[in-house]
Design a protein around this ligand. Structure first.
Ligand SMILES: [Zn+2]
Ligand SMILES: [Zn+2]
Ligand SMILES: [Zn+2]
Length: 332
C-alpha cells in the first residue's frame, strides 16, 4: 500500500510504494513481434492484467477479450491507489499521508509494437481519445485535483514493459512542479492580463527559430530554456486550458502532431528513449484564462548526473535553436 512521506527539511513529498519492487521487467526481445515471455499487453493475454476500465473495441466483442484497439486497465502495481489508509505512527516531525490516487495503464495497441512511430495516425488518435475519455470521467470525482497522462518509451526512459503503453494518475493534490508552472502562468496573467503560453506562441511564430512545425491547430517548438536536449512541446494554437475539453477534431490533430514529433525525433536521433506528459488545468479552481494545456516530450539521451541531482538544475548541451533546426529539417 502506497504511502507519502514528507522530507522534514525541504518539505518535498515522496511516494513510498514498496510493492512496485516486485514488478516484472520485460525488455530486450530480439524480435519485436515475438516477446521473450507472455506479454500481458498483447491481445489474447487480457487475463494477465486487471480488468479493463475502458476500451476502444469492435462492437461485437466482449470486455477483457480480444477485439480492442486501445485498452485501459488499473495498474497492477500502482504507485498510488484509492484504498490507501493513513499510515500509523506519523508525527509532526515525520509527516506521512495515505498514498491516495488512481493509477491506470493505457495499452496502446493489441500487437506487440514497441515504437509509437510505427502506429498510424488513426491508432494514435484512438490513444489520445482514450486519454480524453478517462480524464473526463476522473475529473468528475471530487477526490481528485490533479491528473497526469505520461509515457515512458524505452528502458532508459523508465519503461517497465516494452509493449507500447502510457499511464494515467489522478491525485488528491497538485504536485510541486505542476504547482510552480501554474503559479508562474497565474502571475503572468495577473500582471499582463494575458495567457503566457499564448504570448509564447506569438513570439515563437514571429521569430521562427525554435519552431519544429506548425499545423492548422497545433504547434511544436523547442522551448527557450529546455531542461533536456531536443525537448519539444506541442501546444494547441488557440487558447485552451483543459485537454479533456478538446473536440474530436482537435484530438485527431493532436494525434497527428504527436506522431509527427516522435517520427522527427526518431529520424534525427535514431529512436531515442523518451518521456512525454500532458499538462492540463487541475480541478482546484485555477483560472482557465491563465493556463494553456500542452504536451512536453523529453528525450532521454543524457542521464541526469551529479550536477543535476545536486543542484536541481539541468545542463543541456544542445541549444533549442539548433535542436529545432535539426528536427524541422530532418527528412521524414
Ligand atoms: Zn505485447
Ligand atoms: Zn493560452
Ligand atoms: Zn508543462
Amino acid at each position: 500500500m502506497a504511502e507519502l512521506r514528507r522530507d522534514p527539511i525541504s518539505g518535498r513529498w515522496v511516494v513510498i510504494a514498496a510493492e512496485r519492487a516486485q514488478r516484472a521487467r520485460q525488455h530486450g526481445a530480439a524480435n519485436h513481434s515475438t516477446p521473450a515471455e507472455p506479454c500481458p499487453f498483447c491481445a489474447g493475454n487480457e487475463a494477465l492484467t486487471p480488468p479493463e476500465v475502458w476500451a476502444a473495441r469492435a462492437s461485437n466483442t466482449e470486455a477483457n477479450q480480444p477485439g480492442w484497439r486501445v485498452r485501459v486497465v488499473t495498474n497492477k502495481y500502482p504507485a498510488l491507489d484509492c484504498h490507501s489508509r493513513s499510515p500509523d505512527g506519523a508525527d509532526r516531525f515525520y509527516q506521512t499521508r495515505a498514498g491516495l490516487g488512481v493509477h491506470e495503464v493505457i495499452v496502446e495497441c493489441p500487437d506487440h509494437v514497441t515504437n509509437m512511430a510505427e502506429l498510424g495516425d488513426d491508432q494514435v488518435a484512438d490513444i489520445v481519445r482514450a486519454y480524453r475519455e478517462r480524464l473526463a470521467v476522473l475529473r468528475q470525482d471530487p477526490r481528485w485535483r490533479y491528473f497526469l497522462i505520461y509515457k515512458n518509451q524505452g528502458d532508459r526512459a523508465g519503461a517497465t514493459f516494452e509493449h507500447l503503453h502510457s499511464q494515467l494518475v489522478a491525485l488528491p493534490g497538485v504536485p510541486r512542479d505542476a504547482r510552480d508552472e501554474i503559479a508562474g502562468a497565474k502571475g503572468h496573467f495577473a500582471a499582463t492580463g494575458r495567457c503566457i503560453y499564448c504570448e509564447m506562441i506569438e513570439r515563437e511564430l514571429a521569430d521562427g527559430k525554435r519552431i519544429v512545425f506548425v499545423h492548422d491547430q497545433f504547434i511544436a517548438l523547442c522551448p527557450f530554456a529546455p531542461r533536456f536536449s531536443y525537448e519539444t512541446w506541442i501546444l494547441p494554437k488557440d487558447h485552451a486550458a483543459v485537454f479533456e475539453n478538446s473536440a474530436p477534431r482537435e484530438l485527431g490533430q493532436c494525434a497527428v502532431a504527436l506522431r509527427e514529433t516522435i517520427r522527427r525525433l526518431n529520424r534525427a536521433l535514431d529512436n531515442p528513449p523518451f518521456n512525454y506528459f500532458i499538462h492540463s488545468l487541475p480541478a482546484d479552481g485555477s483560472l482557465p484564462q491563465s493556463y494553456h494545456w500542452h504536451l512536453e516530450i523529453l528525450p532521454q539521451i543524457f542521464r541526469a548526473a551529479g550536477f543535476e541531482l545536486g543542484t536541481g538544475a539541468n545542463i543541456n548541451g544542445v541549444t533549442p535553436e539548433a535542436a529545432a533546426e535539426l528536427l524541422r529539417d530532418v527528412a521524414l
